[in-house]
Design a protein around this ligand. Structure first.
Ligand code: NI
Length: 138
């Protein structure tokens, strides 16, 4: 049996209210159960960022303001210079903003570099990276 640790957490009431409301809608029996799940998700999302080696398959989503001068070129330049890692893209126009979905496969370090370069471009509003481990890990 896994040993259980107890922790005390301070948080804003509003945050707790919103968390509780999601727990109740999703049918959680206790706050502890919800917090355990939230922590597991957090770990899954960020643990890989600590890794410096290995192959990953994933998706980078970029939301940007396409009225910013030169932004499309900057994004395309990054894609061209990383064509060995990028397997494809998809683009959705959303009024002033655009959503670009970039499929990536390759070294985790290189994928991280691409995401970091994209977020540093002026006019890029949001970059999200979702990855999974390569096939040999399953
Ligand atoms: Ni567009």
């Amino acid at each position: 049996m896994e040993r259980i640790a107890r922790i005390g957490v301070s948080l804003p009431e509003n945050l707790l209210r919103r968390f509780d409301s999601i727990l109740s809608n999703r049918g959680y029996s206790s706050r502890s159960e919800g917090i355990r799940d939230a922590i597991r998700n957090y770990i899954t999302e960020f643990e890989w960022l600590e890794q410096e080696k290995g192959e990953r398959v994933g998706v980078v989503t970029v939301v940007y303001d396409h009225s910013v001068k030169g932004i499309t070129d900057s994004i395309l330049d990054i894609q061209h210079s990383n064509s060995d890692v990028i397997s494809g893209t998809m683009h959705i126009h959303m009024g002033r903003n655009c959503l670009e979905v970039i499929l990536v496969r390759g070294d985790v370090k290189k994928i991280k570099e691409i995401a970091e370069k994209l977020i540093s471009i002026r006019g890029v509003k949001n970059v999200k990276l979702v990855t999974t481990v390569g096939e040999d890990h399953f």
